[in-house]
Design a binder for this molecule. Sequence first.
Ligand code: GLU
Length: 285
Amino acid sequence: MTGAGRFAPSPSADLHIGNLRTAILAWLFARSTGRRFLLRVEDLDDRTFSDVAARQVADLAAIGVTWDEPPEYQTTHQDRYDAVIADLTARGLVYECYCSRKDILQAPRAPHAPEGAYPSTCRDAPRRTHPDRPPALRLRSDTFSYTVTDLLHGEYTGLVDDFVLRRGDGVPAYNLAVVVDDAAQGVDQVVRGNDLLSSSPRQAYLAALLGFAAPMYAHVPLVLNAEGKRLAKRDGAVTLADIGVERAVHEIAVSLGFTATTPDGMLDQFDPAALPTRPWIYQPS
Ligand code: GLU
């Protein structure tokens, strides 16, 4: 089986031009390397937003992104995540954590623990600070950092702490779901916004623990608003419904330095080394 690239939106809001641009880039990376392309709706958090998910899928089709299998929905394969958590638990790599967000913020940090790391409060003996609440499950990791290779960022070393595998409410955590699904779907190329670069060491470390090969990563520049903040729906006319397919695809193509203004034309001109490395500032008109 050939490898695959993918786009994996969370159905929390309609896709805006920044999300659509990332989707086109993921598609270009996959197609230009002879990979299959897959769509995965990451609906574990947003279970009730199926109308949003349907619009996201329709919008991607409208701008000319194509995929090779029906879109997958994370909520339909809870068993995948449960099986991996059972495996890690049997290997002694999972522990219960009762900490609230506040507990974690207020916990003293171990002398060598890097900033932002879970302070491992419950690692050796779960502290039932909130016994009425079901615990989250955390990974017992044996490192503080891990290095991934990114096509646009080179070698990137980032934090790996005892991150959450399953939340207290029973929902599989993003880092677990993404790794399990990429492996199950044969994804070996992960192209996504560079806001997720710092999550990739945790994910690659978990993949290695599970015996999966790390995918090849490309974390692409985000689209920002005039204030330099990540573009969001509240910035105004930013979705396909607002600006129309033709204009959206055209603006995306221009922002990426293409003269072609269709996905197939962009594919002919695609050169990852020539991609802009700075964020695109988008000013809705
Ligand atoms: N679902 C995530 C998001 O929409 C992206 C996950 C990924 O590409 O790994 O931010």
